[in-house]
Design a protein around this ligand. Sequence first.
Ligand code: SF4
Ligand code: SF4
Length: 333
Amino acid sequence: MAVPVRQGARMGWYLMRQRLAKREKFPLIVELEPLFQCNLECAGCGKIQHPEHVLRRRMSVADAVGAIEECGAPMVSIAGGEPLIHPEIHVIAAELVKRKRFVYLCTNALLLERKLANFTPSPYFAWAVHMDGLRERHDASVEREGTFDKAVAAIRAAKAAGFRVTTNTTFFTHDSPKTVREVLDYLNDDLQVDEMMISPAYAYEKAPDQEHFLGVAQTRKLFGEAFADGRRKRWRLNHSPLFLDFLEGKAEFECTAWGIPSYSLFGWQRPCYLMSDGYAATYKELIETTDWSSYGRGRDPRCENCMAHCGYEPTAVLQTTHSLRQSLRALAG
Ligand code: SF4
Ligand code: SF4
């Protein structure tokens, strides 16, 4: 996993502590959703369909910090909606950084340059900018022209100000191995972002566009061809090698969605941030009252096409730590 040494060491220590404590289920990253409102309306989005009174709600700083402290996760991915719309998002991020949690703030970057001065560069903080492709492809994906150029300008400004900047790219059926390579080459070599995350789009039931989600066979073909010729090693991908093997169809895992749980305005979402089978008030309650064995491919039809990191990256990370060979492979990047 291409992460800074401090973060890698902290994660290794955290995982060892869980094993010593014989804890079977524990969080690696929390998907924190402090609001659902966004300043874009992407056709593949499953988050912005809530009624207006829900879209207007904002999570309090105390609620956000309390949830992370209760579950003990070492990493937090702040998403939404668009987090930068939240008037206290910089306070939430700063409070989590103060508690030595590694924070990724996911954003479409439209407000990033305007809000940059509210944030302080830290080894515990990184931007995760939504970039679904090169200019034409990204602007079509988010359904607004000019968004790509704004995101690129914001990434450059954040890097110039000393921030760690990562990106998050979702792929759909209109992508090809060529477009995957082009966008990763651009982010890696031209923009020189610190790390890149990739994901096949999850088929949200509520998303307006239901035609362009990738199935499992399509996902494996897409990434298998895009990663061919050893190319995947030259990109700074922020994933474990085993998870990338999984995307390519070289490894098969069970879903361990308890490893990347989601906390939103409604509580802890069951079983993951992609699907909603109700909510729990605490992470402990989520773990103890969810039938985890009923989720994953072959168990729930809604999981059939899912290869998302929130279900399968924890499995890959846990398998990595159980294997010396895989641990060395992950360290080699
Ligand atoms: S930017 Fe993200 S949260 Fe906003 S509409 Fe698009 S996918 Fe949804
Ligand atoms: S396979 Fe796992 S991560 Fe994917 S939708 Fe189902 S429960 Fe969520």
